[in-house]
Design a protein around this ligand. Structure first.
Ligand SMILES: Cc1cc2nc3c(=O)[nH]c(=O)nc-3n(C[C@H](O)[C@H](O)[C@H](O)COP(=O)(O)OP(=O)(O)OC[C@H]3O[C@@H](n4cnc5c(N)ncnc54)[C@H](O)[C@@H]3O)c2cc1C
Length: 88
């Protein structure tokens, strides 16, 4: 099975964790138009105010994607989705 997740934020990484609960082998691709690992939006104002370090912004570190065997494609915007029906 191949899973393609558009968006590398909280929903994206939660989806990865849910998939890996029942499928350890399937290919997972995350596509995000942002250049960053998943980070906490609620922390942005603290970060901008200088009260929060960049390294503490992230929900998960790079090792998470490696451990979960995720093909992470940052800086990539999805423009169209072509859904094909499979028969049988
Ligand atoms: C400043 C700020 C403060 C917040 N504070 C709170 C709070 O205190 N409490 C709270 O509960 N919620 C808060 N929120 C809301 C919370 O951050 C969101 O509910 C949460 O981020 C939603 O997560 P998500 O993964 O569904 O979507 P998002 O976080 O919106 O992530 C979607 C991702 O998909 C990417 N994407 C979208 N379209 C494409 C495309 N076509 N191709 C490739 N990538 C794409 C986006 O770049 C983004 O990285 C706050 C939000 C902001 C901006």
């Amino acid at each position: 099975m191949r899973y393609v997740i558009i968006g590398n934020s909280y929903a994206g990484i939660s989806t990865v964790e849910a998939i890996r609960n029942f499928d350890k082998e399937g290919e997972i691709i995350i596509i995000s138009d942002e250049p960053y690992l998943a980070y906490g939006r609620p922390l942005i104002s603290y970060w901008m105010g200088g009260d929060w370090e960049t390294k503490h912004m992230y929900y998960r570190d790079k090792a998470f994607y490696d451990t979960m065997n995720v093909n992470l494609r940052l800086n990539t915007k999805v423009k169209t989705i072509v859904a094909k029906m499979q028969r049988g």
